[in-house]
Design a protein around this ligand. Structure first.
Ligand code: WTA
Length: 635
C-alpha cells in the first residue's frame, strides 16, 4: 500500500506508528514507489548520533532534477511549474511550464559547465526572487555543483564571508533587484564583496533592472547571450544519495555563520513527502510560499518539494506592502492560490491595517494556510484564520529549521484538529521529545522542556561545511544521543507541541534567525565602543526585536547619542544587513557579569522586556550595582 498521500486521521496514526516501529521499511517503500532512481540503495539508514553520522539510502544513484523536472515532462509538460509574479503588479505574470523549465535549466546547466563548473564545485547564488533563482539552483543540482544561496538582503561583508567559507568558484547575481518602489544594486554589492574573495573565477549576471553596472572583463558575463548559445539538453550528473546538494548558512551563537550541508536523496524524499501532505496538494492546485529562496523555506517549499510533486509554485518578487497592503490578497485572487504559506511577522504587519485590504479581494480559492519561521501568537492566528481563511481553511503552524531540511511538527490540514499557537503533532517519521535541564527526558503527557529529536529523519543536515566538530557540539552534545533543536517547547495532555522559542543566543526577528554574537562583533568595531550585549525583546510585529546595551569609551561625554545610534546601526547594516539593525540602543557604564566574567544575558533580557519583577537574585554577580543603573536608564 502506498503511504504517500495521507487522507484521514486514522491513516496518519497508523502510518506514523509504522514509521516509528519500522523506519527503514517505511522509508524504503516510500522512496521506492515515488521517485526515480538510477540505482537502488544498499542500505536504507546508517546512523550514529554520537559521532554524529547519518546516511540515508546509501549507495543509491539519482539526480534530483530528474525527479523535479524530467519525470514530469510526459504527463505534465504543459503544466505551469513556476508562476512568476513580478514586483510591479502592472508587469505581466510569467507562466513557465515544465517543458520550458526543462529547457531553461538544461541551458543554464550547460552555461555553468562552459564556465568550468564541475560536480562538487560550490556556486554562490545571490539573486532576487526571479525565475532565474530557481533555475540557477536547479542547474547546479543537474550537474552536481553544490549551490550556496545567499539571501539578497545580506551585505557585501556577509556575502564575502559565505563565499569564502565555502570556497565558491562562481557567483550568480543580477544587475539589480526591485523591492517595492526601490531598486537594490546587487551587482555593486557583489563587486564590493569579491574584493575580499580569491576563489571566484567568474560571475554570471542576469539582467533584471537594466541599470548601468560595471562588468569586470574576464570575470563577469551577462548570462543571456551565453544561454542563447547553449544546448537545450544537458545530461544529468548521476549523484550518490549522500552527495551534497547544497549549503545554506544559518546564524549561530558565535560569529561565523554555520553552513548547513544537505545531501541529495533523503532531502528529496522528505521535502517531497512533507509538501504533498502538509499542504494536501492536489494536481491542479496553485501553491504559493511567500518566503525568499534565500532561506530554507524557499529551498524546500518553493523549489524542491513542490517541483518533486509536479506542482505549480508561485515565485513572488515583491513585498507585502507594495503598491499597498492588499498585495498578497491581490495575488491570491489573481492566481487563484489554493495553498498559501507565510510567516507570522507578515500576518501581524498586515493585521495592523485592519481588514479593508483583505475584504477587497476574493480569497475563496484558499484551502490551506501555512505559518512558519517563528511562533504564531494567538491574536495573529485568529486574524489569519478569520479574515484570510474565513474560518474554512485550516492553519498549519509548521515548526522546523534550516537544519531539519523539512517540516517536523505540523498539523496535516483537514486531518489534524488545529489548536491556536500549537504546531500540534510530529510529522510521519519524526520522534520529538522534551528534556529537562539535566538531560533527562520528560516522559508522559503534559511537560515543558527543551525540544530534541531522538531518531534521524531523511532530511537532517549532515554536517556544517568545513566544521564537523561544531556540528557535533551545537546539535549533539547537549543531550546524549539526541539532536538538540535549540528551541523550548511544551506538550499538552493530548501530545500536541507548542514551540515557545529559542533557548540560546539566537533571536528571531521578523522570522529571520539572528545570532547575537555576530552583531556584537560588528558593533564592537566602532571606535567608540568598548563592549556590547544584544538581547531580544518582544515586539508587536516583528515577534522579537533587538535591544543593544553598549559600553562606550569616555562614558558620559557622548554629545550626540542619536547620531551614534545611527552609526552603530550603519555598521551592522554593512557587516550583516539591515535585517539585523537594533531597535533600541542603551548606552551603559557596565554590563552585569558573573564572577567568571560571563555577561548575564538573562538579566538583560528581563530588563529589555520590562519584566523587572522577575530578574531574580543578583547578589552573586560581580557587579550587582550595574543592574540598578541599567534599569534606571532603560529605553
Ligand atoms: C523557529 C525556518 C515556532 C524556531 C523553517 C526554529 C518556529 C527556527 C516555527 C528555525 C514555528 C520555525 N513555531 N517557532 N512554526 N518555525 N520556528 O532555520 O525557533 O530559519 O528553531 O528555519 O525558527 O529557523 P530557520
Amino acid at each position: 500500500m502506498s503511504n504517500y498521500h495521507i487522507k484521514h486521521l486514522e491513516e496518519y496514526l497508523q502510518v506514523y506508528r509504522k514509521s516509528i516501529n519500522h523506519p527503514e521499511k517505511f522509508w524504503e517503500e516510500l522512496a521506492e514507489e515515488n521517485f526515480v532512481w538510477r540505482k537502488k540503495w544498499d542500505s536504507v539508514l546508517e546512523w550514529d548520533f554520537e559521532k554524529p553520522d547519518v546516511k540515508w539510502f546509501q549507495g543509491a544513484k539519482l539526480n534530483i532534477t530528474e525527479n523535479c523536472i524530467d519525470r514530469h515532462l510526459l504527463t505534465r509538460g504543459e503544466k505551469t511549474a513556476l508562476l512568476f509574479e513580478p514586483n510591479d503588479p502592472n508587469e505581466p505574470a510569467e507562466h513557465i511550464t515544465y517543458n520550458q523549465l526543462s529547457v531553461r535549466v538544461n541551458q543554464f546547466a550547460n552555461v555553468l559547465k562552459s564556465k568550468g563548473i564541475q560536480k562538487g564545485d560550490r556556486v554562490c547564488v545571490y539573486l532576487p526572487m526571479i525565475p532565474e533563482l530557481s533555475i540557477a539552483v536547479l542547474a547546479c543540482a543537474r550537474i552536481g555543483a553544490i549551490h550556496s544561496v545567499v539571501f539578497a538582503g545580506f551585505s557585501s561583508t556577509a556575502l564575502a564571508t559565505r563565499i569564502n567559507d565555502a570556497d565558491c568558484k562562481m557567483v550568480i547575481t543580477s544587475d539589480g533587484a526591485y523591492r517595492g518602489n526601490k531598486t537594490i544594486d546587487l551587482k555593486g554589492i557583489v563587486d564590493e564583496g569579491l574584493e575580499k574573495c580569491t576563489t571566484v573565477d567568474s560571475v554570471l549576471v542576469v539582467k533584471r533592472i537594466h541599470s548601468e553596472i560595471q562588468m569586470k572583463s574576464g570575470r563577469d558575463f551577462w548570462v543571456q547571450p551565453l544561454l542563447d548559445k547553449a544546448a537545450t539538453v544537458c545530461p544529468i550528473e548521476i549523484m550518490d544519495a549522500e552527495d551534497p546538494l547544497f549549503i545554506l548558512y544559518t546564524s549561530g551563537s558565535t560569529g561565523m555563520p554555520k553552513g548547513m550541508v544537505h545531501t541529495t536523496a533523503g532531502y528529496m524524499v522528505y521535502t517531497a513527502y512533507t509538501f504533498k501532505n502538509a499542504f494536501q496538494y492536489k494536481e491542479n492546485d496553485v501553491y504559493w510560499c511567500t518566503a525568499d529562496i534565500g532561506w530554507i523555506t524557499g529551498h524546500s517549499y518553493i523549489v524542491y518539494g513542490p517541483l518533486a510533486n509536479g506542482a505549480t509554485s508561485v515565485i513572488f518578487e515583491g513585498v507585502p506592502s507594495y503598491p499597498d497592503f492588499g498585495r498578497f490578497w491581490e495575488v491570491v485572487q489573481k492566481h487563484k492560490v489554493n495553498q498559501f504559506y507565510t510567516a507570522p511577522t507578515a500576518i501581524r504587519a498586515l493585521a495592523k491595517y485592519g481588514t479593508d485590504f483583505v475584504d477587497r479581494y476574493d480569497l475563496s480559492s484558499l484551502k490551506v494556510l501555512g505559518s512558519v519561521g517563528e511562533p504564531i501568537n494567538e491574536e495573529a492566528w485568529h486574524w489569519y484564520n478569520d479574515n484570510v481563511g474565513k474560518k474554512k481553511s485550516p492553519i498549519i503552524d509548521t515548526w522546523w529549521q534550516t537544519e531539519t531540511g523539512g517540516m517536523m511538527i505540523t498539523p496535516i490540514p483537514y486531518i489534524t484538529p488545529t489548536k491556536p499557537t500549537y504546531a500540534t503533532l510530529p510529522f510521519i517519521g519524526i520522534q520529538p521529545c522534551l528534556m529537562d535541564e539535566n538531560g533527562n527526558e520528560l516522559k508522559g503527557g503534559q511537560a515543558e522542556g527543551r525540544l530534541c529529536i531522538k531518531f534521524p529523519w531523511p532530511s537532517i543536515a549532515r554536517t556544517i561545511w568545513g566544521n564537523h566538530q561544531r556540528y557535533k557540539e551545537t546539535y549533539f552534545s547537549a543531550y546524549k544521543n539526541n539532536y538538540f533543536t535549540g528551541d523550548g517547547a511544551l506538550r499538552d495532555e493530548v501530545g500536541y507541541y507548542r514551540i515557545t522559542g529559542r533557548v540560546d543566543d539566537v533571536v528571531i526577528v521578523s522570522g529571520h534567525n539572528l545570532g547575537t554574537a555576530p552583531i556584537e562583533d560588528a558593533i564592537n568595531e566602532h571606535p567608540k565602543v568598548v563592549e556590547s550585549a544584544i538581547v531580544g525583546f518582544p515586539h508587536d510585529i516583528k515577534g522579537s526585536a533587538l535591544y543593544g546595551y553598549v559600553i562606550l569609551k569616555d562614558t558620559g561625554q557622548e554629545r550626540d547619542p542619536d547620531n551614534l545610534r545611527k552609526e552603530i546601526n550603519q555598521i551592522i547594516t554593512e557587516h550583516i544587513g539591515p535585517i539585523a539593525k537594533l531597535d533600541k540602543i542603551q548606552f551603559t557604564e557596565g554590563l552585569p557579569k558573573t564572577r567568571s566574567g560571563k555577561i548575564m544575558r538573562r538579566i538583560l533580557r528581563k530588563i529589555a522586556a520590562n519584566e523587572m519583577e522577575s530578574i531574580g537574585d543578583i547578589s552573586t554577580l560581580l557587579n550587582p550595582e550595574v543592574v540598578e543603573s541599567i534599569i534606571e536608564n532603560r529605553l
